[in-house]
Ligand binder design. Structure first.
Ligand code: BG6
Length: 481
């Protein structure tokens, strides 16, 4: 059960959850900068935690305080990146997945000239990574588009976004030509689950939200195809991946109706990857558009672009699995990554309700490889927990080690059964602000960051027990778990 010797071990982060410096060096607001931490809500209430209205956005724009908006401060990665990368290097990282804050490069999104200071920042991040022979993997868009594009155009529902994104991506390719691995959109399928965060669509402004969501998704497919082509032209050895949320769903029982419901859910989860890997819309999805009277504007030229510029590899996030039934009344519902689903009675869950399912990772890898026959990359997997910083500044996170260990065992089994897996990046190697709840206390890292949900703390970094464990895993290429 050996992993390939060039297996890319590392970690994954996103600009809006790490950098802070929301209005520094020319950066303007992104959709992430209006997200508030809502202590009054149940952390398991995914829908209400990620919901936003036009009124709340306006209020946030006029509120210049950082306190109420944790993603404006992140973990101040903008000023700590050298220290953080050094720690990643100490763990032996071969790759770091991170994103470029679009609003640092094109602060409003629709201007013609990029912000040089933004470009310089990422050039120095990349130089720092190369200093330690860490391969950068860049997510071009990770839940952080310029807020102006949401307000002025209602986000990706407007086709003009394609050109703005292409301009942004082209600037990235030309400015960071040493980067081989690129991902076009983080969790592209999530547009229909959290349209504002993913696509800048302000829900209460849309007349037909479902139609806007699928239009936005289509526009992202087109943009993704164009920039895949561009990347190959500008950086000849580049590899461009699609990125999906792997929402593995099992039937709650062997009742045929439950199996059918589950089948349909999984088809909907796969469809964005189908388009980006197979180069065409599945017939079942086109029929779904018709049945729901969704009129999606797609031209022959766009469909040709999608067909001719498919993804080089498939990357995905995997945290949990869930169950489905034709009649949801009998199911205990729980939250998961960007979704609420049925809780599997055979599995334990995290404090945030996410079911822990290592075998589900193996199932996901096999399913994805069998469906697409393309190299895979696990670009997110991890466990959000409340960690305790002891008086002597140690953190004993055996539960995290257990989580990863069990997932790595299943990952290795999938590889030994023939799955072509390029690498693995944990989410996240360092504590950061949660995407869904904007909490700091939902900690994922091997490195502890001394900040609380209100932003109090020294911001100092401390190594958890899992830090030393992951270092050993990488040192032995996964042999010693
Ligand atoms: C994925 C996102 O949905 O899951 C990350 O790509 C996110 O940005 C991660 O942080 C974990 O979710 P959360 O809500 O616990 O931060």
């Amino acid at each position: 059960m050996n992993l390939p010797s060039n297996f890319l071990w590392g970690g994954a982060i996103a600009a809006n959850q790490v950098e802070g410096a929301w209005n520094v060096d020319g950066k303007q607001m992104s959709v992430a900068d209006v997200a508030t931490y809502k202590p009054q809500l149940d952390v398991k209430d995914y829908k209400r935690n990620s919901a936003i209205t036009e009124k709340e956005i306006k209020r946030a724009i006029n509120d210049k305080k950082v306190k109420n908006y944790p993603k404006r401060r992140g973990i101040d990665g903008y000023h700590h990146y050298k220290e953080d990368i050094k720690l990643f290097a100490e763990m032996g990282f071969k790759v770091l997945r991170f994103s470029i804050a679009w609003s640092r490069i094109y602060p409003m999104g629709d201007e013609m000239k990029p912000n040089e200071k933004g470009i310089l920042f990422y050039q120095s991040v990349i130089n720092e990574l190369h200093k330690y022979q860490i391969e950068p993997m860049i997510t071009i868009s990770h839940y952080e588009m310029p807020l102006n594009l949401a307000i002025k155009y209602n986000g990706w529902s407007d086709k003009r976004l394609i050109d703005f994104y292409v301009k942004f991506a082209k600037t990235c390719f030309l400015s960071f030509p040493d980067v081989k691995y690129w991902l076009t959109f983080n969790e592209i399928d999530s547009v229909t689950r959290h349209p504002f965060i993913s696509a800048g669509i302000i829900p209460d402004r849309s007349e037909n939200l479902l139609e806007d969501e699928y239009q936005a998704l289509h526009n992202q497919f087109v943009a993704s195809a164009i920039v895949t082509k561009l990347a190959h032209e500008i950086i000849p050895d580049s590899q461009v991946g699609c990125m999906l949320t792997k929402l593995t769903t099992y039937p709650a029982s062997c009742k045929p109706e439950d199996i059918l419901t589950t089948l349909n859910k999984n088809i909907m989860n796969y469809f964005p990857a189908d388009v980006q890997v197979k180069g065409k819309y599945p017939e079942l999805i086109l029929q779904y558009f018709k049945d729901n009277k969704l009129s999606i504007n797609m031209t022959n030229r766009e469909l040709k672009l999608i067909k001719e510029n498919t993804a080089d590899f498939i990357s995905f996030s995997y945290y949990m699995s869930m169950i489905a039934a034709a009649d949801e009344d009998g199911l205990k519902m729980t939250s998961g990554n960007t979704i609420v689903g049925g809780q599997n009675p055979y599995l334990k869950a995290t404090e945030w309700g996410w079911s822990i399912d290592p075998v589900g990772l193996r199932i996901s890898l096999i399913e994805l490889y069998d469906r697409y026959h393309k190299p895979l990359f696990i670009v997110e997997n991890g466990m959000g927990t409340n960690d305790k910083l002891e008086k002597d500044k140690t953190i004993h996170d055996q539960y995290r080690i257990k989580y990863f260990k069990e997932h790595f065992i299943e990952m290795k089994k999938a590889v030994s059964s023939g799955v072509n897996l390029l690498g693995y990046t944990s989410w996240a190697p360092i504590d950061l602000v949660s995407a869904s709840t904007s909490q700091m206390s939902k900690r994922y890292g091997f490195i502890y960051v001394d900040l609380d949900d209100q932003g109090n703390g020294t911001g100092k970094r401390y190594k958890k027990d899992s830090f030393y464990w992951y270092k050993r895993v990488i040192d032995t290429n996964g042999k010693e778990l």
